[in-house]
Design a protein around this ligand. Structure first.
Ligand code: CTP
Length: 402
């Protein structure tokens, strides 16, 4: 993921405290963040908080003489890749819509050469106030991107639209904002996480897959412009924003869910660590100790990826191979056996449950090793490779899109 220079404008709403977390998330992701605050925002959170989190000076007035050899009201937004105003109050939106330049934030917005994103935050009545909605429409028409607002309980005690999106969601949407839309118009179906094969009412067979890689790929495909459906085994992970998720437990449930969705897919990515076997003699009740060890009888589960790849109108298929040894030989054999054009090989003991991963991509052209990276970065690299293969492949264009 590339480093972005983010200019964050904080205006005076209660949600200003959430912007501190937003800065922390961006800094953690490796971005450079410079914070500009309105006078009212300084009443909610101190500039010192943002200075400590961003590691940079915070600007609060048009009359700041700190920027050397330049003018703060122009230089700050000229040096940025994006200007995000979060929270953006109703008053800020009104002044932006009018093109006014009566404080540092609105002046920077007017003088900017980079995209402007606003995350509104206000009481629901204020949000639904016709002049406010008119201002938002005007800003969208002017090319401003609006993130949110969310709906829910508000600081004023009311419930409805107007809440600022949570920092994680703003950070996630900004990553998407920058990703080239190389999968625009494509429908992607993914499996992720482990499966759980019951032995009795409370016990079962599963594995240590966390779902992190599959969820990261779902987000990366969405960020690249695809419409994404995620069939997920039990992970406890929150559904990615703007991804439709189908929750399943067993391999057979996952198989059914995938087959019911696959006619709508241009691309299928099997990331799930599907259990190879299910328990034939499972008990509906909790098994009691009898003094004799129970015998668990296993039968093989369907191979979801191989089934999808063998369909007459198969989508473009991507598989994963989790191996403990002989990685590349086993992975290439798996790629050929399952008949998938692209396979992502990784070492099971290194990948499962971890935040980072080292993968090698295998396709008809050969072997493409990638460096160790966080799973989000790995996911974006896989999507870039996949997009290149699809751009030169005839498979997706042969499928009809209704
Ligand atoms: N897969 C699947 N259905 C299964 C088993 C695996 O769709 N029943 C998919 C996985 O999602 C992955 C690929 O097949 O994309 C390879 O999975 P992996 O666990 O590495 O291999 P297996 O096919 O289970 O073979 P083995 O256990 O012998 O390595």
């Amino acid at each position: 993921m590339s480093v972005r220079r983010i200019l964050l404008g904080v205006t005076g709403g209660v949600a200003a405290y959430k912007s501190a977390e937003l800065v922390r998330l961006w800094i953690k992701a490796g971005h450079e963040v410079t914070v500009v605050m309105s006078e009212a925002a300084c009443r909610f959170v101190t500039p010192l908080t943002f200075q400590a989190l961003s590691g940079r000076p915070v600007y609060t007035t048009l009359w700041d003489d700190r920027p050397q050899n330049g003018m703060a009201h122009i230089d700050l937004s000229r040096a940025a890749d994006v200007f995000v105003i979060a929270p953006a109050t109703a008053d800020c939106l009104a002044r932006l819509a009018q093109g006014r330049c009566d404080d540092l934030i609105t002046t920077l917005a007017a003088a900017r050469t980079c995209p402007l994103v606003v995350a509104p935050a206000m009481n629901r009545q204020m949000w639904e106030n016709p002049p406010n909605l008119r201002n938002v429409r005007q800003l969208i028409e002017d090319g401003v991107t609006v993130f949110g607002p969310g709906t829910g309980s508000q600081a004023c005690g009311e419930t409805g639209p107007g809440r600022m999106l949570e920092p994680e969601e703003i950070a996630e949407r900004l990553e998407g904002f920058f990703t080239p839309k190389r999968l625009a118009g494509k429908r992607v179906l993914l499996t992720a996480g482990p499966t759980f094969e019951p032995i009795d009412a409370v016990r079962g067979i599963t594995n240590t897959s966390s779902g992190k890689m599959g969820y990261a790929l779902a987000r990366a495909c969405r960020d690249a412009g695809a419409q994404v459906t995620l069939v997920s085994g039990p992970t406890g992970m929150p559904a990615p924003v703007e991804v439709s998720r189908i929750d399943v437990q067993t391999a057979q449930d996952m198989h059914h869910a995938v087959l019911s969705q696959v006619v709508n897919a241009d691309i299928f990515i099997g990331v799930a660590a599907v259990a190879d076997y299910h328990v034939v003699n499972k008990s509906e009740q909790k098994l009691k100790k009898t003094g004799k060890a129970p015998v668990i009888e296993l039968a093989e589960n369907p191979d979801i990826l191989a089934t999808v790849a063998s369909l007459p109108a198969a989508p473009f298929c991507v598989g994963f191979a989790a191996e403990s040894h002989n990685l590349l030989d086993f992975a290439e054999a798996k790629r050929r056996r399952k008949n998938v054009p692209l396979l992502v090989a990784n070492l099971a003991q290194q990948a499962m449950g971890a935040d980072a991963n080292e993968v090698t991509l295998l396709d008809d052209a050969g072997i493409h090793p990638l460096p160790v990276m966080g799973k989000d970065a790995v996911a974006h690299a896989i999507v870039r490779h996949l997009a290149s293969l699809i751009e030169t492949s005839t498979i997706p264009s042969e499928r009809t899109t209704e």
